[in-house]
Ligand binder design. Structure first.
Ligand SMILES: C[S@@+](CC[C@H](N)C(=O)[O-])C[C@H]1O[C@@H](n2cnc3c(N)ncnc32)[C@H](O)[C@@H]1O
Length: 205
């Protein structure tokens, strides 16, 4: 029964972002996370291989990583988003893949970044996501994620389509991140675009 619910949730998110496609870019412009992304980049070695999980249109995250000279791999549930990202950031590679069922070898990335995407994944699977991020990171690898500021689950209208959100509180999320094998450098509230999110920078221990 649970699996059926997860499938339904993924279908809503995938179909939603397939429909929103490029128009999401306009909405995204109001969100500024330069400070958090700068902190993440400062932890990466030269020529690092970085996964952008839930890469959306590729702008601004994958684009910035590619411009900085990193090898970027983006994954997204939405085929439309993958197509848009390939066009926007030709210097990176993008795959249609679910972050809860990734197909990468262990210890194959120096960094993992996931902005505004885990919040669309059923919260019962957040533990799986953090453990998978830990598995694919090299020793001392770094992870930057944005999560939610409160526990909540809802399917509601977003930019004219149905969308699904699911998340735990920051303290529960940080506990999952620690249990997955990370040391947290910071966890902080960041406001922007009329929303507030909790950002966590963590290192594989
Ligand atoms: C709000 S957008 C954020 C896009 C981008 N990270 C950014 O910063 O603009 C969320 C993206 O995450 C993707 N996504 C949601 N759940 C996902 C999952 N389980 N696996 C992979 N991608 C997912 C969506 O398809 C969508 O493109």
């Amino acid at each position: 029964m649970k699996n059926q619910n997860f499938k339904k949730a993924f279908a809503v998110v995938q179909s939603g972002y397939d429909q929103i496609g490029e128009s999401y870019s306009l909405e995204r412009k109001g969100f500024d996370n330069k400070c958090e992304v700068d902190a993440f980049l400062s932890c990466l070695p030269q020529h690092a291989r970085v996964l952008d999980a839930g890469s959306g249109t590729g702008i601004p995250i994958a684009e910035r990583l590619a411009q900085e000279g990193y090898k970027v791999v983006g994954i997204d549930l939405s085929a439309t988003m993958v197509t848009v990202a390939r066009k926007n950031v030709p210097g990176a590679e993008f795959h249609q893949m679910n972050m809860t069922a990734m197909d990468f070898p262990p210890e194959s990335f120096d960094g993992v970044i996931s902005c505004y995407a885990i919040i669309h994944t059923p919260k019962e699977l957040h533990e799986t996501v953090f453990r998978s991020f830990h598995d694919i990171l090299k020793p001392k690898g770094v992870m930057l994620v944005s999560v939610a500021c409160w526990e909540w689950e809802e399917t509601a209208d977003y930019l004219g389509v149905d969308m699904f959100w699911s998340h735990y509180s920051p303290s529960k999320t940080e506990a999952l991140i620690k249990d997955a094998g990370f040391d947290i450098e910071f966890g902080r509230r960041v406001e922007g675009g009329g929303e507030v999110h909790h950002w966590v920078l963590a290192h594989k221990n």
